[in-house]
Each structure stands twice: as structure tokens, then as C-alpha cells.
Design a protein around this ligand. Sequence first.
Ligand SMILES: [Zn+2]
Length: 236
Amino acid sequence: MGKKKVFIGVGHGGSDPGTVGYLVEKDINLTMETACRDFLTAYGVDVKMSRTKDEDGTVSQEVAECNAYAPDLAIDVHNNSGGGDDFEVFHTIGGSTGKTLAQNIEKHVKAMGQNSRGVKTCQGTSGNYYAFIRETKAPAVIVESVFVDTKADAAQADALAEKQAFGVAYAKGILDTLGLSYDKPEEESAEPEQLAKEHWAQPYYDRLIAKGGASTKQGLRIQSPGVRCWRCWIVL
Ligand SMILES: [Zn+2]
């Protein structure tokens, strides 16, 4: 089975800051989406982002890039303005996979503590109002994480960890939609064995033994790197 592919559009950038209030949209979009990408990549998904730094780009370029990449799913990340409150997500009129993706993302956003204004569609004169939803071939959604011009709502995303939590919520919604699991237990670390061979204090301890300053019955207790264990202090 080939790897699943996800395209991430990162709204605005360069000379276009997006909406500006208590936060600057182009910056927080990028931080959120970098966390989203990292989470997806960790679970075996191939990801392409429309930008990975602060640079210019148009929606039509994003759409062309997305269609050339031919992903399984696409997400475009924005933040709102206009004095409202809470998260919202838009999908294709008529629903199907895009709607499922929107619902899965909303579920994880709510689970992290942000309220939702809803899972929505937006009618334009030629179908879907938003080009990223109308012109992309893959099922696509647009998320609006917080209102940057509403103080209390912007405060939901002012810290780095909060922005990253939005990105992870988006990634989990995407993985749910792709049918991929992300609750695997952490792999056992190989660290303890390496430490057993190379405790930082071993040379000092050996020297003390050579001088008769320590008992060979006392060993060096292995702890995490850089942490001085109580026995090291006593012996040294
Ligand atoms: Zn925007």
C-alpha cells in the first residue's frame, strides 16, 4: 500500500499578513501547520506544505500546487477576524469525504478546549465560494482556528504550545479520515543500554577506586543523561 498524501495550504505570507489583531495570521497559520505536518509525518503520511517560511503566494498557486501533488486530502489553514469567537471549518457543498474530514477535525479541536461555530459550507456564484475548496480535486477543508481580533479568543492561540495543539488536532482529524491510527505506544528507547556502558561519572569513579577512595562494592546507579544520581554525589 502506498503512503497517504496530504497537502497543507498555509494561508497568506510575505507581503500579505492576512488578518492582524492580537496575533498576526500569516505567522500563526505557519506555526500551526508545521506542527500538523510533523504529526502526520511521524505517522507515515507524506505531506506537502504550500510554504514553510514567510513568503508570498496566492490562492491560485496553492490550488495548482495541490492538484499537481494529487493528495488524498487537503487542508488550508487560516485564522479569523471580524470580532467573532471560536473555531469554524468549511467543506464542499454536498459533503462526502470533505465533510467527514471537517467533522473529524472539529471533534479534535473541541477536545483540546476550543469551542466551535460549526462545520459549514459557503455558497458562491459558481458553487463553493472558496477557491481552495472549489478548485482542488482532492477533498478539501478550510479551517479558521481563532479570531485574532477578539482578545479572549486570540488568547487560545498566543502560546507556542497552543498553536501546536491546533496543528495536532488538525492532524488527528486527518488521520481519522484516512483510517490511520496514532495511538501506538511509544517505542522502547535504546538509551538505558548505552548509559550502562557509558555513565558520565565512570572515569572519576574508577580513579577513586584506584586511589582507594571508594569501595568497589559501590556502583554507579544509572539515571538519565546529565542527571546526577545520589550515589554519584556520595562517592565523588
Ligand atoms: Zn486567512
